[in-house]
Write a protein that binds this ligand. Structure first.
Ligand SMILES: *Cc1c(COP(=O)(O)O)cnc(C)c1O
Length: 456
């Protein structure tokens, strides 16, 4: 007998979801008193591993409670105020609310016919973000799952805009030694060999060295290669450094290359009057990746890829099969499915709309400025500690430092100590601090601070 999708069963969902809302709000209100994560106990592992998909369904209350205890209780919380690593997400309850609303109605945000108002709202958001980036009227873009997908989507457009099919095998792309690996991975996925990605060294502040870039481009051209794109980072994952946008734009113009900016978390500086000047030149780029799930309080997954000329996405992604004809709103209308790899996609922008309408652009600016201020404060405090060393100063909410007491001179020993401190803090559950490597061999702690939360 069918016991789901009945009114009785839906009543159980009502009760449980009311209870869930009660507890999740309390959970967020007291997050700062909770551990950043709690390990999965041995018996929980065993339980999860021994569970099969049952032939007959089980009572909903039972599965609900079990999942809360076995799974959700052990999530490592990137939105925790003491989660200091890996460019976390400062996901908010507000975004959760928007996510829950969107999931409940489940719009098929592929085209205007399938989700008319959602389609319009996402387009309005994309326009707003294009304006922040200083992109012209013809610009456009798409909500995608994350920075990796945004990079891949933009680089596909770059490939098709700048290379003939025959040129692909001798094409070359330039990244820096600090560029996020998703760029090279995306290039590999769209058919380039790893050897076609040139890694340009960075200066003492971890910014792409323009001279080295130019030299490499010249050299490749002389060897018959086809330099076609440069990936500039607006906020690198390791240190928050920003590549010289204007200089890269000029080199791209000179050699006819596409300029892509990976601004996964750093593009949010465009929302801040104080920090926006750091990204000057970004308006000259051809495409931009910008994650709302990094620094705009959104739950996963919420990111945009923007291009200065929307037709560059259409060239790469438009396809018109017979089974979609009825859903096409008109011949001229460019649908979201024409702009990226996905057909069926969730309306990722609606939760961002809810958030921005509620907090305003000023609220979002405060979130950004607060994160930067925390990193600057951390730097100031660390500089007062004689045994601690700043490895890269605060930049876009990231500061790198390490414990380097005089009594320990061996670099290997210092690396080991910092690694152990990181493990110990993370294991204790009090905070999460991961390490990274800067300058080749040394291992430093890093902190990314981005949560602006009035509760704490
Ligand atoms: C996080 C990040 C990415 C990857 O984005 P995902 O959303 O994790 O796919 C790419 N580039 C930079 C600079 C990032 O910080």
């Amino acid at each position: 007998m069918i016991h789901y999708n009945t009114k009785e069963h839906n009543e159980q969902i009502r009760v449980l979801m009311n209870e869930f809302t009660e507890q999740i709000v309390t959970f967020y209100n007291t997050l700062h008193r909770k551990p950043v994560g709690s390990p999965v106990e041995e018996n929980t592992w065993e339980h999860l591993e021994s569970q099969e998909i049952p032939r007959e369904g089980r009572p909903l209350e039972e599965v609900y409670s079990e999942m809360l205890e076995d799974i959700y209780a052990h999530v490592l919380l990137a939105q925790h105020p003491r989660s200091f690593s890996c460019v976390p997400s400062n996901a908010s309850l507000l975004s959760w609310m928007g996510d829950a609303m969107t999931a409940a109605y489940n719009p098929h945000a592929s085209c205007r016919t399938n989700a008319p108002a959602a389609d319009l709202v996402e387009k309005r958001l994309i326009r707003w973000m294009c304006d922040r980036a200083g992109y012209p009227e013809e610009a456009g873009g798409l909500f995608v799952s994350g920075g990796s997908m945004a990079n891949l989507t933009a680089l596909t457009a770059a490939r098709d805009a700048r290379l003939s099919f025959e040129e692909r095998s001798r094409a070359v792309v330039y990244v820096s030694d600090q560029t996020h690996v998703s760029a090279a991975k995306g290039l590999h996925i769209i058919g380039f060999d790893w050897s076609q990605v040139r890694m340009i060294p960075t200066d003492n502040r971890f910014r792409m060295d323009l001279k080295a870039l130019k030299t490499e481009v010249e050299k490749d051209r002389k060897e018959g290669k086809k330099p076609f794109a440069v990936i500039a980072s607006a906020g690198t994952t390791n240190t928050g450094s920003v590549d010289p946008m204007k200089g890269i734009a000029a080199i791209c113009r000179e050699y006819g290359m596409w300029m892509h900016v990976d601004g996964a978390f750093g593009a949010s500086a465009l929302l801040s009057e104080t920090y926006r000047p750091l990204l000057e030149g970004i308006e000259e780029s051809d495409s931009l990746s910008w994650d709302a799930h990094k620094w705009m309080m959104q739950t996963y997954s919420c990111s945009v890829v923007l291009v200065r000329d929307k037709s560059d996405l259409v060239r790469s992604f438009a396809a018109h099969p017979e089974y979609l004809k009825d859903a096409e709103s008109s011949e001229e209308q460019v649908e979201f499915w024409d702009l990226g790899p996905e057909l069926t996609r969730p309306a990722r922008g609606l939760k961002l709309w809810l958030t921005l309408q509620t907090v305003g652009s000023k609220g979002m600016e405060e979130v950004f400025d607060h994160g930067c201020a925390l990193a600057e404060l951390a730097e100031e405090r660390i500089r007062q500690e004689p045994e601690w060393e700043i490895m890269a100063p605060a930049s876009l909410g990231v500061v790198n430092f390490r414990y380097a007491p005089d009594c320990v001179q061996s670099e290997a020993e210092r690396d080991r100590m910092n690694q152990e401190i990181s493990y110990a803090i993370t294991e204790s559950g009090f905070a999460q601090v991961f390490t990274t490597i800067l300058g080749g061999m040394k291992c430093y702690n890093k902190v990314v601070t981005e949560v602006a939360n009035k509760i704490y």
